[in-house]
Design a protein around this ligand. Structure first.
Ligand code: NAD
Ligand code: G6P
Ligand code: MN
Length: 433
């Protein structure tokens, strides 16, 4: 039997994961699931952990669920470690989203200043976790869902000894599901060749039953109605000429780069009218946890699909299953490039379609990225690298540099001002600065 340790076990996404483990139990015989959290998340851990136990009992499976604040006990001899934690909780995210708006810069969880500061808070913790993994379960695979997932994977590759790491995002699977819906076919008939970075990924081709339907899909994407693929971002729609000439599938986060002004205005307006996304999610989370408390509830409630991370369980559990069974199917994940994308450093993390084997993901080589997207992708990778370095070493100047080279920041001075205000606002979670 397998042992899984989930760090940030009090997350409202845990029932997703448990549902995934239940569905694939035949292929993935889990004996122990350890949900770990910290003192601040104790209550959430209790509530979600009891729901997980009820779900497993209802399914009649012999999986033991352990709830603990003791990370070492959870990691000891684990086979897979999944991470889904949020340093500073949603209160910190709300600051990431609000402070930049004062400077007329986008406030968002994983992009621009918000992405930088979520990375600065998270990376020292993931480095600590990796040091524990090295000691307590050196053969385990680390499946990281914690954002900013691309930057976090980059940091693990560069600043720890852990090699068995995979970064995971639900956006690629969300796009595949969305395209399947547009074409009115089952999800498993659609395959997309993904390449790029986390939240900066492109679909270079798309297939229905193995035959390219890219022209048809690009045509569908000229209709604004057809461009929303995750709950947390409403696509504003593309200029048909732009999307036709780009001739690739975009991801929802591209709205922030190719429609920067419109998305900034929209984000500001929403913050005023209904609060930032973190403030909206705080309410949603309260409602979810009220539902989770019901002792008669023993399934994942459908309301969870209002969160941006929908289908996370499918992505995580099918990845773990394919590693465990050496399935060699194709899945988009974040992994070391190893030359698969010629336009990006070989030793950097990329998000790309991979063959999933017992030795991990093997990226499928694509050569160079299309010339229209190459520069932006390289720039974002440089932002992630310098941000990760700032986070791992506590280097203030590098944090200012990272934000200055980000395409969403207008100047070095604005970057420095935002960094100063956000360092102050987040100081309890930034011990290295
Ligand atoms: P959340 O606010 O519910 O936090 C999850 C848990 O992490 C909380 O119970 C909290 O107490 C715990 N935690 C905080 N610091 C911790 C630490 N040092 N050790 C252990 N646990 C700790 O967050 P959420 O909304 O469930 O999201 C969890 C994470 O997953 C976030 O980082 C979020 O950005 C990420 N996420 C990623 C994707 C993706 O596509 N990769 C999608 C959705 C969410
Ligand atoms: C998905 C992304 C995640 C992101 C999340 C936000 O789009 O893949 O990386 O953080 O949704 O969802 P939320 O419901 O927390 O706003
Ligand atoms: Mn994501």
């Amino acid at each position: 039997g397998l042992k899984i340790a989930t760090i940030g076990g009090g997350s409202s996404y845990t029932p997703e994961l448990v549902e995934g483990f239940i569905k694939r139990y035949e292929e993935l015989p889990i004996r122990e699931l350890w949900l770990v959290d910290i003192e601040a998340g104790k209550e959430k851990l209790e509530i979600v952990g009891e729901l997980a136990k009820r779900m497993i009992k209802k399914a009649g499976l012999p999986i033991e669920v352990h709830l603990t604040l003791d990370r070492e006990a959870a990691l000891k001899d684990a086979d897979f470690v999944t991470t889904q934690f949020r340093v500073g909780l949603l209160e910190a995210r709300a600051k990431d989203e609000r402070i930049p708006l004062k400077y007329n810069v986008l406030g968002q969880e994983t992009n621009g200043p918000g992405g930088l500061f979520k990375g600065l808070r998270t990376i020292p913790v993931i480095i600590d976790i990796c040091n524990d993994i090295e000691r307590l379960c050196p053969d385990a695979w680390l499946i990281n869902f914690t954002n900013p997932a691309g930057m976090v994977t980059e940091a693990v590759l560069r600043y720890t000894n852990i090699k068995k790491v995979v970064g995971l995002c639900n956006v690629p699977i969300g796009i595949e599901m969305g395209i399947a819906k547009l074409l009115d076919v089952d999800h498993d008939r659609i395959k997309i060749d993904f390449a790029g970075l986390n939240h900066m990924v492109y679909g270079l081709d798309v297939y229905l039953d193995g035959v390219s339907v890219k022209d048809k899909v690009i045509n569908l994407l000229t209709d604004p109605e057809n461009t929303s693929f995750v709950k947390n971002i409403d696509g504003l729609g593309w200029e048909p000429a732009f999307i036709r000439a780009l001739n690739a599938l975009t991801c929802p986060y591209h709205n922030y780069y190719y429609k920067s002004q419109d998305m900034l205005e929209k984000t500001k307006k929403e913050a005023e009218e209904k609060g930032t996304r973190a403030e909206v999610v705080l309410k949603l989370e309260k409602e979810l946890f009220e539902l989770y408390k019901d002792p008669n509830l023993a399934i994942k409630p459908p309301q969870l699909e209002e969160r941006g991370g929908a289908y996370y369980s499918d992505a995580a559990v099918r990845l773990i299953t394919s590693i465990y069974t050496d399935k060699r199917d194709i899945q988009p994940v974040n992994t070391k490039n190893n030359g698969a994308i010629a336009s990006l450093p070989s030793d950097s993390a990329v998000e790309i379609s991979c063959v999933i084997t017992k030795d991990g993901p093997k990226p499928i080589a694509i050569g160079d990225l299309p010339v229209a997207v190459r520069g932006l992708v390289q720039q974002i990778k440089s932002f992630e690298r310098i941000s990760a370095e700032a986070a791992a070493t506590g280097d203030y100047d590098k944090a200012v540099l990272a934000l200055t080279i980000n395409p969403l920041t207008p100047s070095d001075t604005v970057a420095r001002e935002i960094v100063d205000e956000m360092m102050e606002a987040h100081k309890e979670h930034l011990p290295l600065f």
